[in-house]
Design a protein around this ligand. Structure first.
Ligand code: ATR
Length: 272
């Protein structure tokens, strides 16, 4: 593409961010839609300074990732209701009047991935983990009418989330067996140094019809491999990543995102 004086700038702020797959997806989308825009990754220490820079430079939109999803909230002019309820913003848009608006597309991404294979309303779902990702997933599940149980290594965190989102809770080792439909891993087990590990014993996956992991890689995680052996329908982590980016593109541009192109770009990065 030809970069010109009028080319719009978008980007992602986070740390670490150099391995982010978002530039591949969003630049592919801009090109496919013939948009005069480019998307870069910014390794940022302090969220507030990046938001100031976005105002000064007229950056049109930002993705926000770890560890800035909470910190950016204090720097924006408006935040939508759902992002407030989740307690995290992963998408910022520079509105035409120069105000910066924040939303959360993580929960939308997770639910779109899930709804591609199962209904949510009235279904029993168990969420593993009680961090920021768990909050987005639990919010989406509750919004869709699911009955949610949260299980976490540190039980106090599960208890706090359960009180806030009105669900049941337990330790990771005491997941209830009875009649559950959906299992979603939001812990970091399976990622980085914990690659090849699963947050639960293999037989636990057999209690569920659908097992989703938000951890992604070249191949399905250990959790998903175990689930496949038990005959479950599995949803790989890249789905949430793709659909949260699709929702970002649509929020920034007001157009339908070229989902297939974004998926191809993502796959090329993940699987080479
Ligand atoms: P994120 O924002 O991606 O959700 P986070 O807020 O750091 O990240 O949360 C990480 C989650 O992974 C937590 O639920 C954490 O459990 P604790 O609350 O007990 O720390 C979970 N986690 C990380 N390492 C784990 C491990 N080895 N075994 C089980 N759970 C683990």
């Amino acid at each position: 593409m030809k970069i010109k004086a009028a080319t719009g700038l978008y980007g992602i702020i986070g740390r670490p961010v150099r391995h982010s797959l978002s530039p591949a997806m969003h630049n592919a989308a801009f090109q496919a839609m013939d948009m005069d825009a480019v998307y870069l990754a910014f390794d940022v220490d302090v969220a507030e300074k990046a938001i100031d820079a976005a105002r000064t430079l007229g950056i049109k939109g930002l993705s926000v990732t770890v560890p800035h999803k909470q910190a950016v909230m204090a720097c924006l002019d408006e935040i939508d209701k759902t992002a407030r309820a989740i307690g995290a913003v992963n998408t910022v848009k520079n509105l035409e009047d120069g105000r910066l608006s924040g939303i959360n597309t993580d929960w939308k991404g997770a639910m779109k991935a899930l709804k591609a294979v199962t209904d949510i309303a009235g279904r029993k779902a168990v969420v593993l983990g009680a961090g920021g990702s768990a909050r987005a997933v639990i919010f989406g599940l509750k919004q869709g009418g699911a009955i949610v149980h949260v299980a976490n290594r540190t039980i106090e965190k599960a208890e706090r989330l359960a009180a806030e989102f009105k669900c049941t809770f337990s330790n990771l080792k005491d997941i209830p067996e009875a009649g559950a439909d959906i299992l979603i891993n939001t812990t970091s087990v399976g990622m980085g140094k914990m690659a090849g590990l699963s947050p639960v014993e293999p037989h636990v996956t057999g209690w569920f019809k659908v097992v989703m992991d938000i951890v992604y890689g070249r191949t399905p995680t250990r959790l998903l491999q175990d689930a496949q052996k038990q005959g479950c329908t599995i949803i790989e982590g890249y789905n949430m990543l793709l659909y949260q980016a699709v929702a970002q593109f649509e929020y920034w541009t007001g157009m339908n995102a070229p989902t297939k192109i974004m998926k191809q770009a993502l796959f090329q990065e993940i699987r080479g």
